[in-house]
Structures are given as structure tokens and as C-alpha cells.
Design a protein around this ligand. Structure first.
Ligand code: FPP
Length: 261
């Protein structure tokens, strides 16, 4: 089997997760606006990123109470390497900053952590830290925090295609059996349902290479708040917007489209 191992036994497969109760069950967030938040205060961008870690902490605390079961956050993109070296160093230090203060609590409170994205290119101590966070929380199933780090949607799709091609070349996979669900099973996000809602704060309206495959039928909500100011009320607002949407997944919902004649 060329696919990656399933790491979320409670996940219902690649289908979208929103329940009859309205959802969203799987929320994904582009944590954007740290730099502008700092700039507005005359602070270095690094302090904006540190404030962004606080916002992540608040959001993880608030999400389960709002009915969210899976939360995916964009921590570092494959394109973020092009930032100045000092900023890259600060961004690389954020997982340690977060887990040093929060890993014990996440472990205790039933949160399962998974880091997706390329481990290659990351410092060995950072890889060890991400592995440790995954291992120490592997038994948890109350809430799932997926951190996209050194992640790019295009890179993830290319990596999945390469894995499938290698399996086919080695005779372990019949190319004729590659379907959407087989392909999804080779992505680093395999095992989680597709996101129902993708949020981007800070006023920007684009995906920036986040969850390109997985976003197929996600609702997109853009908010003006800068990420370091994000809190439970911001998340509740995004969820309210999601619930007002009419999700059709390419189908039609009402009879009025069935015009006679
Ligand atoms: C984008 O804002 C934000 C990032 C590149 C980093 C986001 C990461 C965190 C908030 C914390 C990550 C924590 C963990 C555990 C990985 P920007 O710098 O592009 O902001 P700007 O658009 O205002 O300049």
C-alpha cells in the first residue's frame, strides 16, 4: 500500500466532517497578520509571531467548546523559507515556544497532535520535538490539532504523486486503482476528514498554498482581525458565518431548479 498510515482512528475518512448539527467539525486556519500586528505597535515582527502563539493557545482552548473536533493550523509554509534569515529562525523556534508551555496540558486534556509537512529541511531537534509531541499525545482522541509546518499544498500533492509513482514502478500498486480517495490517502493529511471551514484572518483573501486538495468543498471565511488578536469570539463569528452557508457539494438542494419542460 502506497498510502500513508492512518493516524486518526476516529476520523471518518476523506469525506467532509460537518455533522447534521451544523458543524463545522474540521476547521483550518491560516494564521495571518502577525507582522502587521507588530508593525502597528512599532514592535519587531518576531514579537508578532510570539503573540501569534498566544492566539493559537486561545483558539485551541476555545475550539472544542464551539463543537470543533479537528483543527488544522498553518504554521510555516514551504515558501516562508524566503523570509529574512532572522525571521525564519524565529518561526522555526515557535513550535518549541508553544510545546514548552503547552504540551503537558495538551497531553492531559486529550488533545492529539500531528505535524504535517516536510520533515526534511527542518533541524533535527525540531523534528525530534514534533515527533515527541505526536508520540506523547498519540493516545488522545478528544480533540485533534494538526499543525502544518514546512507545508505546502503543491509540495504535498507532488510528494503524494511521487510515492504513488514509486509504488507503481515497484509493482506494489496498479495505476488503474488510483482514485481520488487513494490519492487522498497518500497526502500528509490522510486520515482526517476534509476541512469544512477554512478561515483566513488579517483581511487577505487567498489560500497561499494551504490544503489545496483538501479545500475542494470547504467554506472559506475571511476575517479582518489580525491573528495575534484572534480569540474565541472571532472563531465563534467564523462558525456563525459557516452555518449561514448553503453547502451543496456540487449538487442541487431544492426542487426549484427542476424546471418543467
Ligand atoms: C503569517 O503572518 C504567519 C506566520 C508565517 C507564522 C504563523 C505561526 C504562528 C502564529 C504560530 C505557530 C505555532 C506553532 C506551534 C507552529 P505574517 O508574518 O505573514 O503576517 P503579515 O502578513 O502581517 O506580515
Amino acid at each position: 500500500m502506497a498510502g500513508r498510515s492512518k493516524t486518526s482512528p476516529e476520523a471518518s475518512g476523506p469525506a467532509s466532517a460537518a455533522s447534521a448539527a451544523g458543524g463545522p467539525l474540521h476547521v483550518a486556519i491560516v494564521m495571518d497578520g502577525n507582522g502587521r500586528w507588530a508593525q502597528k505597535r512599532g514592535l519587531p515582527r518576531t514579537l508578532g509571531h510570539r503573540a501569534g502563539v498566544e492566539a493559537l493557545r486561545r483558539t485551541v482552548a476555545a475550539a472544542p467548546d464551539l463543537g470543533v473536533r479537528w483543527l488544522t493550523v498553518y504554521g510555516f509554509s514551504t515558501e516562508n523559507w524566503s523570509r529574512p534569515a532572522a525571521e525564519v529562525r524565529e518561526l522555526m523556534a515557535l513550535p518549541k515556544r508553544y510545546f514548552d508551555s503547552d504540551l503537558k496540558r495538551l497531553e492531559r486534556e486529550g488533545v492529539r497532535v500531528r505535524a504535517v509537512g516536510r520533515r526534511e529541511g527542518l533541524a533535527p531537534d525540531l523534528v525530534a520535538l514534533l515527533d515527541e509531541a505526536e508520540q506523547r499525545t498519540a493516545h488522545n482522541d478528544r480533540f485533534f490539532l494538526q499543525i502544518a509546518f514546512n507545508y505546502g499544498g503543491q509540495a504535498d500533492i507532488a510528494d503524494a504523486a511521487r510515492r504513488l509513482a514509486e509504488a507503481a514502478a515497484a509493482g506494489r500498486l496498479d495505476p488503474a486503482t488510483i482514485t481520488e480517495s487513494v490519492f487522498a490517502g497518500s497526502l500528509s493529511t490522510a486520515g482526517l476528514p476534509l476541512p469544512d471551514l477554512i478561515i483566513r484572518p488579517s483581511g487577505e483573501q487567498r489560500l497561499s498554498n494551504f490544503l489545496l486538495w483538501e479545500a475542494a468543498y470547504a467554506e472559506l471565511v475571511f476575517q479582518d482581525v489580525l491573528w495575534p488578536d484572534y480569540d474565541a469570539a472571532s472563531l465563534a463569528d467564523a462558525i456563525t458565518a459557516f452555518r449561514s452557508r448553503d453547502r451543496r457539494f456540487g449538487g442541487a438542494v431544492s426542487d426549484d431548479v427542476l424546471v418543467a419542460g
